[in-house]
Design a protein around this ligand. Structure first.
Ligand SMILES: Nc1ncnc2c1ncn2[C@@H]1O[C@H](COP(=O)(O)OP(=O)(O)OP(=O)(O)O)[C@@H](O)[C@H]1O
Ligand SMILES: [Mg+2]
Length: 214
């Protein structure tokens, strides 16, 4: 199986604090890879290094053969949820996605309507995003991550704020994306999600990443 993400000796410091400690790992293509670990152990920082939002102080990250921060600033065809997605608060969800989609020009009105339905948000909803609940905002974040049919997904706590139905809904959606052969990195504190979805699981422990069996 081909490796989709190749992480080599990645270290990251904030001042004196080393939050990633020579992380080396390969994530295979077409699988779902879970990352678990305590609050503050370094999961989000690792994800930011993979998607080019942060640069490692040492080491390198290659995504689909391309070194991030050198050959390209960001990985191609990648959908990302990291922390709270930044939407324009006074606009509707539909309008927010429309503006984001216009940057690439790959998808249009019909695909946006479809993706909103996929995540369980009414496409015609008139409310501005500032009036969305946490779970609605999370669903919009998922819509934004998947709308351009990425081949690689970086999902940091995608179930955050979702109710029982929302979790079941998004779990089915992720299982479907997995079936389509997408490569997915998933950080979650919920072991059930990890068990249901993941082919491999790693634990981050104070900046050290190791594969575990669950
Ligand atoms: N921009 C930053 N500046 C300084 N320190 C940071 C920054 N981002 C993260 N850190 C520190 O890096 C460490 C790892 O944080 P990270 O967000 O990766 O943890 P996490 O494993 O994602 O935790 P959680 O489960 O709470 O999401 C923490 O000690 C955090 O305070
Ligand atoms: Mg985190």
């Amino acid at each position: 199986m081909k490796d989709y993400v190749h992480i080599e000796n990645v270290s990251k410091f904030f001042g004196e604090d080393q939050v990633l400690k020579e992380v080396s790992h390969d994530f295979a293509e077409g699988q779902v890879h879970g990352i678990i670990g305590n609050n503050g152990s370094g999961k989000t920082v690792l994800f930011k290094c993979i998607c080019g939002f942060m640069h490692p102080d040492k080491g390198s990250v290659r995504v689909n053969g391309v070194t991030i921060g050198k050959q390209r600033d960001f990985p191609e065809r990648t959908g990302i949820i990291i922390e709270t997605p930044g939407f324009l608060p006074h606009m509707t969800g539909f309008r927010n996605l429309q503006i984001l989609a216009s940057l690439n020009g790959k998808i249009h009105r019909n695909e946006i309507i479809q993706v909103l339905e996929t995540v369980g948000l009414p496409p015609g909803l008139k409310k501005p995003v500032s009036k969305y609940s946490l779970g609605m905002r999370q669903r919009l974040g998922i819509a934004q991550a998947i709308m351009e049919d990425p081949e690689f997904l970086i999902l940091d706590e995608p179930f955050n704020g979702l109710d029982k139905n929302g979790v079941a809904h998004i779990r089915r959606l992720l299982l479907d994306l997995k079936k389509q052969g997408k490569t997915i990195l998933l950080a979650s504190h919920n072991m059930k999600d990890i068990e249901v979805l993941c082919d491999t699981v790693c634990e981050m422990d104070a900046g050290v990443l190791r594969e575990v069996t669950v």
